[in-house]
Design a protein around this ligand. Structure first.
Ligand SMILES: Cc1cc2nc3c(=O)[nH]c(=O)nc-3n(C[C@H](O)[C@H](O)[C@H](O)COP(=O)(O)OP(=O)(O)OC[C@H]3O[C@@H](n4cnc5c(N)ncnc54)[C@H](O)[C@@H]3O)c2cc1C
Length: 351
């Protein structure tokens, strides 16, 4: 195994923050994964798997162990009944796969266009956008299980998929090496999100050509700084910094009462309600563009924290905690971060 020492993490992340990894190695094969786990274990070092770095906030101090940079490639597709079964290496670019799916008439992911990062990370937080979640098309996830010391193929039921959640999120047990998707075939995509339906002039629940859905989603995302774009300073982020909170009905009613207006709300099942974190953030006084310093709120989307240049992880975390505290003070709702914090903690130990 050939690991590099002292590799800065900031350039490997979309927030452009993070000190050096003590050691970093590319994971280009499943054999590399086995070697990296073995190497970290014999040295009693922590191991962190990094994909595209678009959902992490890495500490300025860096990472004191081995970072495995996912690089397993390869996409194979085969027809199975009415579906196309696609097996993709964890190191393939997610949006490259989505673009191909749209081109080839593989249905179910057009609304997930423009999400940065790699295929292997999509099950980790069950990526979702505009009414679709990746778990709807995942047939199985192949991973190295550090508990058993071998590879396993996990059916969706074993993955514990939920809203921005799975058994993999914030767990060091599994290293995803491949993801298998089962895509129904057809040129159209179902539109299940009001904002997208409006932009396409179709009814929510109606259908539209997948290529048009992809283009429309990309345009909507671009307007919010939610597509990585070197010319857009608002895309120097980790996407949404907070997950949309799921609350009980009385809490949702209290939020409406405090705000003096009904918040956007989505049914989360079992009588619970998903509120829009960005709406709460703005109404708690943190408008788009908030912040004087190097870390601020995106000028296009209240939910994204951006590194305006030279921000530290400490500055970003301080801003995030101020926003969390402001939302809690105003609405009694506690926001939780969506990105995975690497080498830093959300609640400092002295709290
Ligand atoms: C501009 C922007 C827009 C975004 N929009 C969305 C959106 O609409 N919806 C959404 O859900 N997310 C969104 N995100 C967040 C992010 O793109 C996704 O969560 C993405 O799946 C992260 O992929 P990654 O490869 O960059 O993972 P990383 O950031 O590298 O890693 C994230 C976590 O997954 C773990 N991980 C990564 N790969 C593996 C693996 N192979 N095995 C085990 N663990 C692994 C890491 O250890 C880490 O804990 C956005 C981010 C940005 C910057």
């Amino acid at each position: 195994m050939h690991a590099l020492s002292g590799v800065p993490l900031a350039p490997l992340t979309t927030l452009r923050v993070g000190g050096p990894a003590a050691r970093l190695v590319d994971l280009a094969t499943e054999g590399d994964v086995v070697d990296a786990v073995h190497d970290a274990d014999v040295r009693h070092e922590p191991l962190f798997v990094l994909g595209g770095g678009s959902n992490v906030l890495c500490a300025d101090e860096g990472f004191p162990g081995l970072v495995g940079h996912m690089a397993i490639r390869g996409i194979e597709a085969r027809r199975e009944g009415d579906c196309v079964v696609v097996d993709a290496g964890a190191g393939e670019g997610w949006d490259v796969l989505v673009a191909r799916a749209v081109d080839e008439g593989w249905r179910g992911v057009a609304s997930l266009s423009g999400i940065p990062g790699l295929v292997g990370a999509t099950p980790i937080q069950n990526v979702g956008a505009y009414g679709e979640e990746v778990s709807e098309t995942i047939a199985s996830v192949r991973a190295f299980d550090r508990a058993s010391g071998g590879f396993i193929d996990m059916a969706p039921a074993a993955c514990g998929f939920g809203y921005r959640a799975s058994v993999f999120k914030r767990s060091e047990r599994w290293i995803v090496t491949r993801v298998t998707f089962a895509f129904p075939r057809g040129p159209d995509a179902t539109v299940r999100y009001a904002e997208l339906a409006r932009a396409l002039s179709v009814k929510e629940g109606g259908a539209a050509p997948a290529a048009l859905v992809r283009d429309t989603v990309l345009a909507l995302r671009r307007a919010k700084g939610m597509v990585l774009d070197p010319s857009d300073p608002d895309s120097v982020s980790a996407g949404s910094f907070f997950v949309n909170p799921i609350v009980d009905a009385p809490t949702a009613a209290r939020v409406a009462q405090v705000a003096g207006v009904a918040p956007p709300r989505f049914d989360a099942g079992e009588g619970r309600v998903k509120l829009a974190a960005g709406w709460l953030v703005e109404r708690a006084g943190f408008a788009k563009g908030h912040g004087e310093g190097r870390a601020g709120v995106s000028s296009k989307h209240a939910l994204a924290l951006v590194n305006r240049g030279g921000a530290t992880s400490g500055e970003l975390l301080a801003l995030a905690r101020t926003i969390r505290d402001g939302v809690r003070a105003r609405f009694g709702v506690t926001l939780e971060p969506e990105p995975v914090l690497v080498g830093c903690t959300w609640d400092p130990p002295d709290r």
